[in-house]
Design a protein around this ligand. Structure first.
Ligand code: MTE
Length: 330
């Protein structure tokens, strides 16, 4: 409760909290909507607002979003349970075990928070989190997230296209790439004592990738603000790339002329490429990328799922890579 106050968000009223089954019910409605079988009973229920407001586990402050109109922004697959999304994480600043971030990220202070947007832009600016939250309408997007380690989740994120922010700072003609820098504060992040990575965690995109409407500047999931372990208060989500491209707890966005040296490329360039688009035909030296395990479906006899080109977003993003050798630019 205190924690929520510190973040400056209002605590949700008990009456606003919707139990998980109702949320799941909403998915069923959406599925039926897609199939065209929901019929007239939808009147008064499926307004954009109603769809946006039933989505809360009641753990953190609400952050509802309208249903996304971006193509590919709504996957009709079963959602990964909130408990799995928030307890099986990669966030090396809090340790390298999957359970470390949920256990140790309580020390992260997501408020007050600023994001410096700088470099090759006409209007550099340090944005306060509150300004960012109001910059553009929040949308809910259900994206698949595929980790390079061979597992995936389906998560209802809340945010808006990064392009909204980029347009406002007016990049110059020299802006060819964007760099995302994660907070690196030893006081808040015990994992920084280890040298697994060269801190801060830096990721990057080519400018056209960053402008793609699917690239989501993300502030929440499941209708609430991001849990610390998922990258509070603001992170990227790039559904067509391996999960590590989606930097968490971002404090700086820099526009640059040269391809950024990302933390993973610095650590093991032969294993982690700058592009890192999900590609079932190009294996990681230590893991096949042909199939994946969906978190929550891990029964002994559960079949793995085939991994899809660009994680299933090929129709949306394929053009960005026309003519590129994706084996070379892995
Ligand atoms: N961002 C930072 N700053 N540090 C990290 O260790 N891990 C990445 C990515 N972003 C990571 C990060 C990896 S490997 C994955 S798979 C996703 O975050 C996991 O996001 P999730 O925990 O919200 O599922």
């Amino acid at each position: 409760m205190h924690y929520l106050k510190d973040r400056g968000f209002q605590h949700p009223l008990g009456s606003e909290i919707t139990p998980q089954p109702i949320y799941e019910g909403r998915r069923e409605w959406l599925r039926r909507l897609a199939l065209g079988s929901a019929g007239l009973a939808l009147a008064g229920w499926a307004s954009r607002e109603a769809l946006a407001q039933v989505a809360r586990p009641g753990k953190l402050a609400p952050l509802p979003g309208v249903r996304s109109a971006v193509a590919g922004g709504l996957t009709m697959e079963k959602l990964t349970a909130y408990g799995d999304v928030t307890s099986y994480n990669n966030f090396y600043e809090f340790g390298t075990d999957k359970s470390d971030p949920a256990r140790h990220a309580g020390t992260l202070k997501p408020r007050p928070w600023t994001v410096a947007v700088e470099g090759e832009v006409r209007k550099p600016k340090v944005f306060d989190l509150d300004e960012l939250l109001k910059l553009a309408p929040m949308e809910e997007r259900v994206y698949r997230l595929r980790c390079v380690e061979g597992w995936s989740m389906v998560i209802p994120w809340v945010g808006y296209s990064l392009a909204e922010l980029i347009r406002r700072v007016e990049p110059t003609g020299n802006a060819k790439y964007v760099e995302f820098v994660t907070l690196a504060d030893r006081g808040q992040m015990p994992g920084l004592r280890s040298s697994v990575l060269d801190w801060p965690y830096v990721e990057g995109l080519r400018m056209d990738e960053a402008m793609h409407p699917l690239a989501l500047l993300t502030f929440g999931l499941y209708g609430e603000v991001l849990p610390n372990q998922n990258g509070a208060p603001v992170r990227m989500v790039l559904p067509w790339k391996y999960g590590f491209k989606s930097g968490k707890s971002i404090v700086k966005i820099r526009f640059v002329e040269k391809e950024p040296r990302t933390a993973w490329v610095k650590t093991a360039a032969q294993e982690y490429g700058f592009y890192s688009n999900v590609n079932p035909n190009v294996d990681h030296p230590r893991w096949s990328q042909a199939t994946e395990r969906r978190i929550g479906e891990d029964g002994l006899f559960q079949k793995k799922r085939p991994t899809l080109m660009f994680n299933g977003y090929e129709a949306q993003v394929g053009q960005l890579y026309a003519g590129m050798d994706l084996k070379k630019h892995y």
